[in-house]
Ligand binder design. Structure first.
Ligand code: AMP
Ligand code: MN
Length: 339
């Protein structure tokens, strides 16, 4: 589970050119604009990551005098990436006293999302895509998720130190899809749900179109999962200019060994199965000096999915070539342009 609200120590504070009332606080790999003088370096505060859905009682000012929005029955607002006086700002700091009365372990990076009533904002899925549930997501398979690099400053420094190499793929903006064969039973899941095979369900349609069940059986891929992104024309103004839905693989998981295939083996097997793979930008890239800002700058660029001039890509995903750590770097340019 992603920690949306955590107890953090303010690492650094920097002035913002031309601004007297605000300054820039740094925590891990994140930069957040705060009121000047509200925090000092070393203070404990509560940090809320972008895409937190923040109940209006916690931060009424987020609604800017308008009525708050609503998500899953909670009145509040979504934390977005913004630029203030030219300074990128991601997330929100709340003073430590919002935790008064909390029964939590008051340790650095402790997760206080539940106490504060913060949930992750998600793009609403339409009914046809969501489909009907056959059951919960299979517990034997990891749900697809990638940690944001801003939360992995230490781990990234460690990876640079050890000279680790990474595959870089384009991060596609669609819906997570998992196809599995468990003890001979084939199934198709969205990010969180095992789906019933119904006529109009796009996840199942695409699995049938690519013939994934037969291909997995013929290849003997029992107790195995293929994970990828379902992208389609009907959403987000069809940024990839698709004429029909597509499934693009980004992970393969062996349930028997409890491990992901290495990027190399996954790419090779995807070719054998003749299923599209998410765009591969690099197969063995180091992390340079490992600076968060530098790697974030790599995330920006045009998608290689488009026809001639692609749209701004959402970001890139790093996977260690031996099947070790993985993480995502979301393009700030993309986030700032998001509607
Ligand atoms: P987010 O979309 O921010 O929740 O980031 C995690 C999700 O990115 C995963 O659950 C996948 O569905 C999706 N994703 C898109 N492209 C890729 C990729 N190339 N590698 C891994 N995950 C990806
Ligand atoms: Mn996504």
């Amino acid at each position: 589970m992603r920690k949306l609200a955590t107890i953090r120590v303010i690492d650094e504070l920097h002035p913002i050119e031309g601004a007297d009332a605000i300054e820039c606080a740094v925590v891990g790999g994140w930069k957040v604009v705060v009121k000047k003088g509200e925090y000092a370096v070393g203070d404990l505060a509560v940090y809320l990551e972008i895409d937190s859905w923040v109940p209006t009682e916690l931060a009424p000012f987020l609604s800017k005098g308008k009525d708050p929005r609503e998500f899953e029955g909670i009145k509040g607002e979504r934390l977005r990436t913004v630029k203030l006086r030219g300074q990128l700002s991601q997330g929100l700091f709340l003073p430590f006293d919002v935790l008064r009365g909390a029964v939590v372990i008051l340790a650095e990076s402790a997760d206080v999302s539940e106490f504060l009533g913060i949930v992750k904002w998600e793009k609403p899925m339409n009914a046809q895509l969501a489909g009907m549930a056959k059951g919960n997501f299979p517990s034997l398979i990891p749900k697809t998720d990638q940690e944001r690099m801003q939360n992995l400053k230490k781990e990234i420094a460690g990876a640079v130190e050890s000279g680790l190499q990474f595959e870089i793929t384009e991060k596609l903006e669609g819906s997570s899809m998992t196809a599995y064969l468990i003890d001979g039973v084939f199934g198709v899941c969205s990010r969180n749900v095992d789906l019933k095979e119904t006529e109009g369900n796009t996840f199942w349609q695409i699995a049938r179109e690519y013939d994934i069940e037969d291909k997995m059986r013929i290849a003997g891929l029992n107790n195995f999962a293929i994970q990828g992104e379902l992208i389609r024309p009907g959403i987000q103004g069809n940024i990839y200019k698709l004429s029909k839905p597509m499934f693009m693989v980004f992970d393969m998981y062996n349930i028997v060994t409890g491990s992901f295939l290495t990027p190399h083996d996954r790419r090779a097997l995807t070719k054998v199965l003749d299923v599209p793979h998410a765009p591969v930008l690099m197969v063995d890239k180091d992390l340079g000096m490992g600076s968060i800002d530098e790697i974030l700058s790599w995330a920006e660029g045009k998608s290689v999915m488009g026809d001639i001039v692609g749209p701004e890509r959402e970001g890139i995903v790093f996977k260690e070539v031996n099947g070790g750590m993985s993480f995502k770097a979301i393009s700030n340019k993309y986030l700032l342009g998001e509607k």
